[in-house]
Design a protein around this ligand. Structure first.
Ligand SMILES: Cc1ncc(COP(=O)(O)O)c(C=O)c1O
Length: 734
């Protein structure tokens, strides 16, 4: 599969393929109607399509359709290389076509009754993504989401001994993240609810002596003798299997056990009653300040208020400050404050940074072992999740459970292109630090992956993956399992926040995964290019804007020392033309790729700003207010509001004191900003952010588009500085 075949092209160059696929999809949908409804009476009279009424109505529909098309024609074109702002790009052709194919059936994955095919697709698609994460789907029992029936005892026994993943689609990263926080909360307090149920419910008498093992793996105690603090710190995997153990011991259907437990759980009592009755302090969530704002929504929505959202400081390269995390954990252990989730971000919205998940996992192992303390880990990989494809060898796509031969040969789809850009191993351009974090994802409890970001799928396409499928059981307000029988269609809908959910988003993702696998052979080929281009852009910014042309770039990321920068310059820039060398040449140099992997952003985007050299003194500006002013003008110059005529669209952000004093003082110090510094709690640092989402920006017919971007930036920023020359000479005093 040639990766470029998947794109329609900024000028619709691949339109013949798109057209052909659209016709296939349309004809198939019409055929399906004819087959399904062939014996039904028609609502149209024989001469209806000749009638005046029809002709007039048709005219109006066509006219208004043209009007709306004309109106939306001026939307931002994400297919354009000029668009370098938000985390989105032109969706893949298969994404569009899968969406349209699914749309014709308008299925609702809320219930299998309204989605008898797309629910199967959602299940297979979600499982496929679980495998990209590294969750082990091989342990999924054969009765799960299949028509196989087994006895209650067999089911509970199996559930007790296995951990297997579960995932489902949501409409976006925010919803997935909110669901993760919600499940973390409700799972954490299952054991306290069970203790109260065991003490009060005769039906559970046979489990009164239920013993549990603490996170240290050594301490074993009867559950009813444990303190609420101890019970709030059990391993999640243990908490979610306790109901199954009770079901076995008390010979009760699992759904009856949940009904009883829920009477003592926050899901019924609400946070206030539950925590005050059980004398448990208000729990907290530890979330980096660089997080997406949806986490504030999450914590507030599930009833804690933003006081429970503890914002962690950030290091100068945009990653979570692990010392701050340790400080909070220590304080929580000492003061018996439950931590529900530590959130680790794989690709922050503003800096494209990857938090040190590997370290978070090892901290958790340590506090489990030494303090019988526990928290869940959620990875927000809404942006960076699909980069897991860069470290994954190819694997077989699952077929829908009711049609095991839909895509028989998907494993064999291999590229026969032989250029270096296509063939280089994606792992070469991923730093060893990031690789470690990608490999650690399998230890997370929940992870968000957004198809509508780095999956190049149309909105609304996100997936929430649970490492342990039993995490969802407590979330449902419907029965956990539908009894056997041939109606057993995967029911992904009853567990989430949403009710009605479109089947077409899973069809889009599944069709796409059948063509480009979420592995090195598929998505890896797109995302490795994006990461390489982001790093090339970052390094070229450092080279081009080193102060010599009166402009100095300011970056959030990992800057190389001077000798490495010189090496990179010699390998990346053609000394005769001053342009970036052909990407193929760069991609053929393994040493270069490996060196480059350690610098710049962690993933595919760049967060940067500009400072200027004073025209009169020849010295780098050290006035913070002037930095702010210059960058606000630059932000406006490259804003999307300038419409289709704009030559380059770049996003922006403002970083504030929630990142911590250390981040701010580092930023000011490393960029030599000393004058007119406001109080830190008033600081708001303007920066540009450019998501590198166009995989082929380095391989256009005119060479690398990065050169074009650099030239536009140089010309326009020089213009801005010259036009404001006098102003930039004046000191602004606050
Ligand atoms: C890291 C991260 N998480 C979550 C979200 C929220 O995703 P959505 O806009 O799909 O709700 C975003 C959006 O940009 C994001 O960058």
């Amino acid at each position: 599969m040639g990766s470029k075949t998947l794109f329609l092209g900024a000028r619709g160059e691949n339109k013949k393929l798109f057209n052909k696929l659209s016709k296939i999809v349309f004809n198939s949908a019409i055929d399906s109607r004819i087959q399904y409804n062939k014996s039904e009476p028609s609502i149209f009279e024989n001469d209806y399509f000749e009638s005046d009424n029809y002709k007039k109505s048709k005219g109006l529909i066509i006219e208004n359709t043209k009007s709306i098309c004309n109106y939306i024609k001026e939307s931002t074109q994400f297919s354009s290389l000029k668009y370098q702002a938000h985390m989105l790009d032109d969706p893949l052709i298969t994404g569009y076509i899968g969406t349209i194919a699914g749309l014709y059936y308008n299925s609702n994955n809320c219930t299998p009754q309204a989605s008898c095919k797309s629910s199967f697709i959602e299940y297979a698609f979600s499982n496929d993504l679980c495998r990209m994460v590294g969750f082990d789907t091989n342990k999924t029992p054969d009765y799960y989401n299949s028509s196989k029936t087994i006895t209650l005892i067999e089911k509970s026994k199996k559930e007790l001994e296995t951990v297997y993943p579960f995932a489902h689609s949501t409409s976006g990263g925010s919803i997935s993240n909110i669901e993760a926080c919600w499940s973390g909360y409700w799972v954490k307090f299952i054991p306290v609810a069970i203790k109260n149920a065991l003490l009060n419910e005769d039906d559970l008498n046979d489990s009164k002596q239920l013993k549990i093992t603490f996170p240290d793996g050594k301490t074993i105690k009867p559950l009813i003798e444990c303190s609420n603090w101890e019970l709030s710190n059990l391993n999640g995997d243990l908490s979610v299997k306790l109901p199954y153990q009770i079901s076995l011991e008390c010979n009760l259907p699992i759904e009856n056990v949940f009904e009883i437990i829920k009477n003592y759980h926050p899901s019924s009592l609400g946070a206030y009653q539950f925590f005050s009755k059980n004398d448990i302090k208000q729990p907290i969530f530890l979330i980096p300040s660089s997080s997406h704002y949806c986490f504030k929504k999450a914590v507030s929505l599930i009833g804690f208020g933003s006081d429970s959202f503890k914002s962690l400081f950030i290091e100068s390269n945009g990653r979570m400050n692990i010392n701050d995390l340790k400080r909070y954990i220590k304080h929580s252990i000492e003061n018996q404050i439950p931590i529900i989730n530590v959130v680790s971000i794989l690709g922050t919205t503003q800096e494209y940074a990857v938090d040190n998940l590997d370290e978070i996992v090892s901290i958790r192992n340590q506090v489990r072992r030494d303090f019988n303390f526990n928290f869940d880990i959620h990875v927000d990989a809404a942006f960076g999740g699909y980069s897991l494809s860069c470290i994954r060898d190819n694997y077989q796509l699952e077929n829908p459970l009711d049609n095991q031969s839909l895509f028989p040969n998907n494993f064999k789809i291999l590229s026969n292109e032989s250029n270096d850009c296509e063939t280089f191993d994606p792992e070469l351009i991923i730093s060893s630090y990031v690789k470690k974090q990608l490999n650690a994802c399998k230890y997370a409890d929940t992870i968000t992956l957004d198809g509508h970001k780095s999956g190049y799928l149309p909105f609304s396409n996100s997936t929430i993956c649970f490492r342990n499928s039993k995490y969802k059981d407590i979330l449902t307000f419907s029965r956990v399992y539908v009894a056997g029988g041939n109606k057993n269609i995967p029911n992904c809908g009853v567990f989430g926040i949403e009710g009605s959910r479109p089947g077409h988003s899973s069809v889009a993702g599944y069709l796409t995964n059948s063509i480009i696998r979420p592995s090195k052979t598929g998505y890896g080929k797109l995302l490795k290019r994006c990461i390489l281009n982001a790093k090339l852009f970052y390094i070229s910014l450092l080279i081009k804007f080193d102060g010599n042309n009166n402009i100095k770039v300011v970056t959030i990321g990992n800057n190389p020392p001077n000798d490495v920068l010189n090496y990179l310059k010699s390998e990346i820039i053609d000394s005769e033309t001053g342009k970036i060398k052909p990407l193929n040449q760069i991609a053929s140099n393994k040493t270069l790729l490996q060196t480059l992997s350690n610098y710049g952003p962690d993933l595919n985007g760049v967060c940067f700003g500009f400072n200027f050299v004073s025209p009169s003194t020849g010295e780098l500006n050290n006035d913070y207010q002037k930095y702010v002013e210059l960058n606000k003008i630059i932000i406006d110059r490259f804003d999307y509001v300038n419409g289709p005529s704009t030559d380059l669209v770049i996003g922006h952000t403002f970083l504030n004191d929630s990142y911590g004093d250390e981040f701010i003082s580092n930023f000011l110090f490393s960029n030599e900003l000393k004058l007119n510094i406001p109080r830190y709690n008033k600081i708001s640092i303007p920066l540009l952010r450019s998501s590198t989402m166009s995989p082929f920006m380095g391989e256009t017919s005119e060479g690398s588009y990065i050169d074009t971007m650099l030239n536009i930036l140089l010309k326009e920023i020089t213009k801005i500085i010259n036009s404001k020359k006098i102003h930039f000479e004046n000191k602004i005093v606050i």
